[in-house]
Design a protein around this ligand. Structure first.
Ligand code: 13P
Length: 341
């Protein structure tokens, strides 16, 4: 298969009706922080057990088209010795891999960050592909303050995202392009909209410069929300949906097949309600509007499991419920009644 037909085949699998993506790609320091938050010790064994719990959940194959993994997980196997990417593949779920190496301060753009990991990326991707990964993820983050993100930060981060995406496609790997405008701060929804607009504008200009095949990528953006310390509190789902879609329509070409949102610190039901409101407001949007959540899918599951084998079945039930709710939201069919059922 040519790289382009491979990219298109992967996109077709990822955009399967009613399905979305689970981000289970927390780096070891991040999953350790999350585990410690609910009293779980973080070891290779507990991380493996937890990621197996997610991958083996009874309904995962009904609602998940893809799972983003972390390097360590790519090499782990289930009790029968089947590598985790294979476990997913056998259930019709496409395995993916987080390839960025985290952020560092961007010099001369005080307060902004830039993501590392481009050097040697082509060779790393070739290795991940052999381990079964068909798509990749790279995240750039944009803190909001009175001065951030700076123009330099917006431009530099866009350039890195586009270079990453071009390298992925040259290896036949679908890039998930994740520019995350952070929720932290006391800013308004309007300020988040303004920043997200500038960020996406720069990202798509850079993707164009680097000749990235838009039909062969996934966009993973933040929703447009007020900051988590905004004095006016949270915005209603209809308001979030309208503001988010306005910004997306101005910046995301219709050639992009799918937009899979990050949850970014929203509560699980909040992320579901907001996704649902978007699909209700714009049932004929040019792109699929789906999810690629980590915390909004996992938080209640991790808490229910608590590192105890006796809790696996209950934790998987909770996970399956969240998956079903988000599958409904991806179709604009979620209701409070379904949530409580
Ligand atoms: P959250 O849904 O927890 O924001 O995580 C998504 C993700 O993949 C962050 O890179």
């Amino acid at each position: 298969m040519s790289h382009e037909s491979e990219l298109r085949a992967t996109i077709a699998a990822i955009t399967a009706p009613g399905k979305g993506i689970l981000a289970a790609d927390e780096s070891t320091p991040t999953i350790t922080k999350r585990f410690n938050g609910v009293g779980i010790e973080s070891t290779p064994q507990t991380r493996r057990a937890y990621r197996l719990l997610l991958s083996n959940a009874p309904d995962a194959d009904r609602y998940l088209s893809g799972v983003i993994l972390y390097e360590e997980t790519l090499e782990q196997a289930d009790d029968a010795g089947v590598p985790l990417p294979k476990v997913l593949e056998q259930r019709g779920i496409v395995p993916g891999i987080k390839v960025d190496k985290g952020t560092t301060p961007l010099p001369n753009a005080d307060g902004d960050l830039i993501t590392q990991g481009l050097d040697g990326l082509g060779e790393r991707l070739a290795g991940y592909r052999k381990q079964g990964a068909r798509f990749a993820k790279w995240r750039e983050v944009y803190p909001i303050t009175d001065r951030n993100p700076t123009r330099l930060g917006i431009r530099a981060n866009a350039e890195v995202l586009a270079r990453y995406a071009a390298i992925c496609q040259s290896e036949g790997v679908v890039p998930i392009v994740e520019p995350e405008v952070l929720i932290d701060g006391d800013h308004s929804l309007e300020r988040c909209a303004e920043v997200t607009d500038a960020v996406l504008h720069a990202v798509f200009a850079a993707l164009y410069r680097h000749r990235v095949l838009l039909e062969g990528m996934v966009l993973k953006p933040n929703m447009v929300l007020p900051g988590n310390k905004f004095a006016g509190g949270k915005a209603a789902p209809d308001v979030v949906a309208k503001a988010t879609l306005d910004v997306l329509k101005r910046n995301v070409p219709a050639a992009v097949p799918t937009i899979n949102f990050l949850s970014g610190g929203q509560a699980p039901e909040e992320a579901t309600a907001n996704l649902n409101a978007m699909n209700r407001l714009e049932p004929n949007a040019p792109w699929v509007l789906s999810f690629s959540y980590a915390r909004a899918l996992q938080d209640p599951v991790m808490r229910a499991w608590s590192g105890n084998a006796g809790n696996v079945a209950r934790a998987q039930q909770i996970f399956d419920h969240r998956l079903r709710m988000n599958s409904l939201a991806r179709q604009g069919k979620w209701t409070e009644a379904e949530e409580r059922a």
